[in-house]
Design a protein around this ligand. Structure first.
Ligand code: MRU
Length: 343
């Protein structure tokens, strides 16, 4: 399932705010609307927003290709700044924009119209590489899953969160495809319900046994011995192995540690912020509290009550058993082993 792709000169995005009850694909050619789609979480998930931003830069270049060169570069700066301002936590967004900027910088001798084709190729390459990285992560991660295991996952780190296949769910898919008899518990993931709406939808569609639970049931399922391992995705991993991921991941990691259950993080190296020393520096997106006060448009909290809505949390590296990347599985000490992935 591809949530973001180019077709007939338009960017197509599956509207993830409407799943699972409606399957709607929107078409875009305006980079401003692409940026808004990221803000509105029509497309979401760290790798998927990176891929979308890459295409956004291409559509910006297409719009300004007939401008004089100096105007073109000024406009492209605006395009990149707008796309970068959409969501602060997932590093893949900034990584993809930087990759597009680097391509522009390496081709300053070219006319804008020539650059457009180069940027289109680069955006396509980011998309294709993301799928390959997910497949490779799946291959490495599947080794960690045993016959008859039940895996807990939080949020949606599936095909819908990437260009296809998924990170955490890619590992689960690969184990399933390898013939392992596995099943999954999916946390519903309040407040945006990515687990209920997207993870349950994806796994169910693929015939992978999935049981949906509310977030507050995870600890009890562990206590009952029903969970053999946890696999989640990541939005940003610091050089010391601290992991920013969907709010609630930290709680799951504490529970997993208390029950002696391995906690795996699956993420491509585009999610690693090698320049960030620890998770303390990660900016946590704060979202509209209406996501808490209302569920599917129905008010569930009193008017005027105080609320907070951090969209992500940071799991300390001490709670992470291993990080599954496309280059292989990385174990502690992360401050030594993560920098080696850059080589
Ligand atoms: O707010 P979202 O839905 O964009 O958050 C997504 C997550 O936290 C995912 O777990 C993470 O991006 C990994 S996706 C492969």
């Amino acid at each position: 399932m591809k949530p973001v792709y180019l077709e007939a000169g338009e960017l197509k995005l599956i509207d993830q705010t409407k799943l699972p009850t409606e399957f709607i694909v929107h078409s875009y050619t305006d980079y401003r609307k692409i940026a808004q789609a990221i803000v509105d979480m029509i497309v979401r998930g760290a790798p998927a927003i990176g891929v979308t931003a890459g295409y956004g830069v291409y559509f910006g270049a297409l719009e300004y290709q007939n401008e004089p060169k100096d105007v073109f570069y000024d406009k492209m700066k605006e395009v990149c700044e707008l796309l970068a301002s959409t969501r602060p936590t997932a590093v893949n967004l900034f990584w993809a924009i930087k990759r597009m900027e680097d391509v522009m910088a390496a081709n300053v001798d070219k006319e804008p119209a020539q650059l457009v084709a180069i940027l289109k190729d680069e955006a396509r390459a980011i998309c294709a590489e993301d799928i390959q990285m997910c497949r490779d992560m799946g291959k490495h991660g599947a080794e960690l899953i045993h016959q008859n295991d039940t895996i807990l996952t939080h949020c949606n780190a599936g095909a819908l969160a990437t260009a296809d296949y998924g990170t955490a769910l890619g590992v689960i898919r690969a184990a399933h495809e390898a013939g392992k008899n596995i099943s999954v518990y999916a946390d519903e993931t309040r407040p945006f319900l990515q687990g209920a709406r997207l993870t349950a939808y994806e796994l169910h569609a693929d015939g992978i046994p999935v049981t949906l639970i509310t977030d507050n049931m995870a600890g009890w399922m562990m206590k009952l011995g029903k969970i053999d391992g946890v696999i989640v995705g990541a939005d940003r991993i610091a050089a010391n192995g601290d992991v920013a991921n969907k709010i609630g991941t930290y709680s799951v990691s504490v529970l997993a540690k208390a029950h002696g259950i391995p906690m795996y993080v699956a993420a491509p190296t585009s999610t690693i912020d090698f320049a960030m020393k620890s998770g303390d520096e990660i900016v946590i997106e704060q979202r509209d509290c209406r996501e808490i006060s209302h569920i599917c448009g129905i008010q569930v909290a009193p008017d005027g009550v105080a609320m907070e809505n951090p969209a992500f949390d940071v799991t300390p590296h001490q709670n992470v058993t291993a990080i599954i990347t496309e280059k292989g599985v990385v174990y502690p000490p992360y401050d030594i082993n993560i920098p080696k992935l850059k080589e």
